[in-house]
Design a protein around this ligand. Structure first.
Ligand code: SAM
Length: 272
């Protein structure tokens, strides 16, 4: 795995976050900002999850793979609404444990399965899944092309993949690029454009949407909530970490308002 020490630090941060985001105040904030309370770390709102559900259009006994599922948002929600089976993979165990508990509590109709696994080497047989989903995962890892290729292997012919990703606005000058890179998710920088990487991995784009305007609103709303509940959030995260979290959100919002970051949604199918 390229950038292994940095990547490990990111997983440790996610693992800790999945536990802390179950605190009452964090779930209240998440409900107010995103409309859900799973302990999400992506920017997928309930409104967006409904669009994704319609794009996936799965049926009972269909198999959905949620890559980098964290604590189950929106994978468990999608499985609950469509009645399909769901497999979830991530590297920190903490999120997956919470996701399985949530699947049980929500009494999802299909099978719920979770595995600690690297998205770049998915431990499933080829052509197994009807659909794959991931939210803001590719911007949190280095091996983007390997993940897209691994996903391509495990989806069946006629299947589909829907995913969101945060990216640096193309064509920035060096100084702006650097600012975008430090303001976004940990591994936002990509070796190539997503449409090119998708093509190389054997995917064909069937729908491609710009989610940036909603992303700006959601980050702004989150920052406002973190500021207005600073004491309660500080009691959960610790004052220093809570202040750092606010600073990261503020930097992301500034970069977004200056047009340095984007968030996009792709619907892709295996190329024949
Ligand atoms: C932004 S979070 C999204 C989590 C969840 N889907 C949500 O919406 O809250 C990205 C997730 O991708 C996971 N991830 C990053 N690199 C991974 C890899 N190589 N294999 C599996 N999961 C990975 C992280 O651990 C993290 O849980």
């Amino acid at each position: 795995m390229r950038g292994a020490p940095e990547q490990r630090a990111v997983f440790e941060r996610f693992a800790k976050k999945y536990e802390l985001l179950q605190a009452d105040v964090m779930r209240r904030i998440e409900r107010s900002v995103c409309g859900c309370d799973y302990g999400a770390t992506s920017w997928t709102t309930l409104a967006e999850a409904r669009i994704i559900r319609d794009m996936l259009a799965l049926e009972p006994r269909n198999r959905l793979l949620d890559v980098g599922s964290g604590s189950g948002w929106p994978g468990i929600y999608l499985a609950e609404k469509m009645g399909c089976d769901i497999a979830m993979v991530d590297l920190p165990r903490a999120g997956l444990r919470i996701a399985l508990d949530r699947a049980k509590a929500d009494n999802i109709a299909g099978v719920g399965f979770a595995s600690v696994a690297d998205a770049a080497a998915l431990p499933f047989r080829s052509d197994w899944f009807d659909a794959i989903f991931h939210s803001d995962v590719l911007c949190c890892l280095t091996e983007k092309l390997a993940v897209l290729t691994s996903c391509r292997r495990v989806v069946r012919a006629g299947g589909k993949m829907v995913f969101s990703v945060i990216l640096i606005t193309p064509g920035l000058a060096d100084a702006e690029y650097e600012r975008a890179a430090v303001s976004g998710p940990p591994f936002i920088a990509a070796d190539g454009a997503y449409p090119d990487m998708l093509g190389q991995a054997g995917w064909e784009i069937t729908d491609h949407r710009d989610l940036t305007a909603d992303y700006v609103k959601t980050v702004g709303h989150m920052l406002h909530q973190l500021e207005s509940h600073a004491d309660e959030v500080g009691a959960v995260f610790g004052e220093d970490d809570a202040a750092q979290e606010r600073a990261r959100r503020r930097a992301a919002l500034d970069a977004l308002e200056d047009g340095l970051l984007r968030r996009e949604l792709f619907h892709v199918v295996p190329r024949a």
